[in-house]
Design a protein around this ligand. Sequence first.
Ligand SMILES: [Zn+2]
Length: 166
Amino acid sequence: MNVVDETLKANEAYANGFNLGGLAMPPSRKLAVLACMDARLMVDQVLGLKTGEAHVIRNAGGIATEDAVRSLIISHHLLGTQEFAVINHTDCGMLTFKDEELASRLRKETGAAAVAPARFFSFQSLEDNVREQVHKIKSHPWIPRHIPVRGFIYDVRNGKLQEVRA
Ligand SMILES: [Zn+2]
């Protein structure tokens, strides 16, 4: 059995005990989280969130890319979220390479150039990366100034979140 088949099996059990079919579309706690995709960072568990309570937007590095910002804009303006959090974590894979090294390796391995992605958004400092994403979100003209945007680093060794001051 491959892993997707295993997950389908798990879903059968999940659906058997399912009783959340009546939840509303807007997140009940009016929170949107942008986080790295790292498998050790289970955002719902880390933040004590339940089904229906928050939007969780994830990508490699927790980067406020055009697409992540698109989701945040929809999250606030169409679905009513009122607070945003950005979460990076220790031991992030994005600290381990440089954009140009990966791009050139992939060009070599595949023999093909590609227009997208234009960047991988690798970074050297977690704190600086979090600050940069918070700033990108806060300064977007379609994100109202009154929305708090806070940044955090999750420690994969002890489970703790630490706030990154602006
Ligand atoms: Zn990461």
